[in-house]
Design a protein around this ligand. Structure first.
Ligand code: HEM
Length: 490
């Protein structure tokens, strides 16, 4: 009787499952929290499910109570069958997950992430040149940037073409498959695990997932073998994969574990980074006149017209930093807070009983669009980050999640978003595109995908260089960058 409040389940067997919409459930969760309060209760099949709708409640439950709220629910299709229990982000807390988390932490903490700034700097110079030459293809270029950074960091080699690079195509196939099977309610076996014991001729869903598993193992292992071969002939650049191979004994990781762990930055870091940069572009098209002039004034005063902004300018560009924060807040890419958490003990929060084994969803859509924390929340307004506000956590927003599961790629991602936003605003004027009659084309700021990550649907935007001088600097810098980037091609 002390469970958090929530809607009546429609039946004993399915609970509230049929009430959750398949399209953009985060909007329904937002309404749920508006109606029932910051902590709402759903019964999804037999699984107690807690939906959190405010920053403070999420912080109290997922950060302060992190020791008992940092596990994951059981993912029978995605983790047990498809991934052979090898993908750490779906792994329950335990020795396997701790080892995976420790090696990621070692390679992506703030200090380690700083060592990736040189390649982010070079790849970003290429991005600026691509945008200057062919601005209509901006979305492809953002994705190439994010992909190449992830692959250089992981395997020490670049990506030139996201449509034909073999690693990228295989990884994309894996991600698409994983997303397609991790849909709550899609497979009966998730609610009735005993179906796992049926013979294989009655379980085509398992056969299909096992086929994909074999493909994944083949290419993920091959990529590690390639790095090993380079190490043997002294040509391997420093990379996450090389580090894992060198520390194999110390970390007590076998080859398969290393292969899957190396798939992590691609799976978690590409769509999130590129999608956030696309959100920034959308904000420029929809709200540009309200913030771009101030940003360019700051850039002109601090950086000037004769060079691009750099990582060293970060401390001197408070308004650009505010734009980065507002981008991550306004349309959070991990819209449901990433993969749900699960509790490992019963506990009580503000008089409400949270049972052991609850699935816990921190609905970032509701948290970031809560007018109590962010007045007029659908307005893109960097000013809200210009002074310190009462808000739990180090970032003043909640984009990177909570507790022991907090995003390990947060520094790598933030650096990518900062350097590209600073340079795009330094180099270009961005505004609504115009149709053939010269009329501005309206922007729908709610036109986002329905996936696990929610990213902007394609939209038109006008991107033009501020002056020919800016283009000349971009081309000069990109030429030099290409020379340095050759080292990542061998
Ligand atoms: C803008 C970019 C990004 C955003 C907004 C983002 C956001 C998130 C969020 C919300 C979570 C869930 C945290 C939780 O469960 O409480 C998460 C988890 C994770 N992120 Fe990111 N992320 C981004 C980029 C990256 C990058 C570049 C990497 C590369 C290393 C990465 C690796 C991970 C991993 C491995 C997890 C799972 C952690 C675990 O289960 O212990 N992310 N991220």
């Amino acid at each position: 009787k002390d469970l958090p409040p929530g809607p009546e389940p429609s039946s004993w067997l399915v609970g509230n499952r049929n009430q959750v919409p398949a399209q953009k459930p985060w909007r329904w969760f937002e309404e749920l929290n508006n109606q029932y309060g910051p902590v709402a209760y759903l019964q999804m099949g037999r699984t107690p499910t807690i939906v959190i709708g405010t920053a403070q409640a999420a912080w109290d439950i997922l950060e302060k109570k992190s020791p008992v709220t940092s596990s994951r629910p059981r993912f029978i299709m995605g983790q047990e069958i498809l991934s052979n229990n090898m993908r750490g982000f779906m792994s329950e807390s335990g020795p396997f997950w701790r080892r995976w988390r420790r090696v990621l932490h070692g390679s992506f903490v703030q200090k380690a992430s700083d060592t990736y700034k040189p390649v982010q700097n070079l790849e970003s110079k290429q991005l600026m040149s691509e945008l200057a030459k062919n601005p209509t293809k901006y979305r492809e270029y953002l994705e190439r940037y994010a992909t190449s950074v992830a692959v250089v960091v992981t395997y020490g080699r670049r990506v030139h073409d996201i449509f034909n690079d073999e690693v990228v195509c295989l990884n994309r196939e894996t991600q698409d498959y994983l997303t397609s099977i991790n849909i709550p309610g899609k497979y009966l076996v998730e609610s009735i695990p005993v179906l796992l014991y049926l013979p294989s001729f009655l379980t085509p869903w398992r056969t299909e997932a096992l086929k994909q598993r074999a493909k994944d193992i083949e290419y993920l292992t091959r990529l590690v073998q390639e790095v090993k071969a380079k190490m043997e002939n002294g040509r391997a650049r420093p990379s996450f994969c090389r580090q894992l191979i060198e520390d194999r004994e110390k970390n007590d990781m076998n080859d398969l574990e290393i292969a899957y762990t190396c798939g992590t930055p691609f799976g978690a870091g590409v769509e999130t980074t590129a999608g956030s940069l696309a959100t920034f572009m959308l904000a420029c098209a929809a709200f540009g006149p309200s913030f771009i002039p101030k940003a360019q004034k700051e850039l002109d005063a601090v950086v000037g017209p004769d060079r691009m902004p750099t990582f060293e300018d970060f401390d001197d560009l408070p308004f650009i930093r505010a734009i980065v924060n507002e981008t991550l807040r306004w349309r959070p890419v991990a819209v449901l807070g990433g993969t749900p958490h699960s509790s490992t003990e019963d506990f009580v929060y503000q008089g409400m009983f949270i049972p052991k084994g609850s699935t816990i969803i921190a609905n970032l859509w509701g948290i970031h669009l809560n007018p109590a924390d962010f007045p007029d929340p659908h307005r893109f307004d960097p000013e809200r980050f210009m002074s310190k506000r009462e808000y739990p956590g180090p970032w003043q927003h909640s984009s990177f999640g909570y507790g022991r599961r907090v995003c390990p790629g947060q520094y790598l991602a933030s650096n990518s978003i900062y350097i590209n936003i600073a340079r795009i605003l330094w180099a270009f004027n961005l505004s609504k595109a115009r149709d053939e009659n010269g009329n501005e084309i309206d922007i729908d700021t709610f036109a986002y995908t329905n996936g696990f990550n929610s990213v902007p649907l394609p939209f038109p935007i006008s991107i033009t260089a501020r002056t020919p001088g800016h283009v000349a600097i971009i081309e000069r810098d990109n030429e030099a960058a290409q020379e340095e980037l050759k080292a990542y091609d061998s």
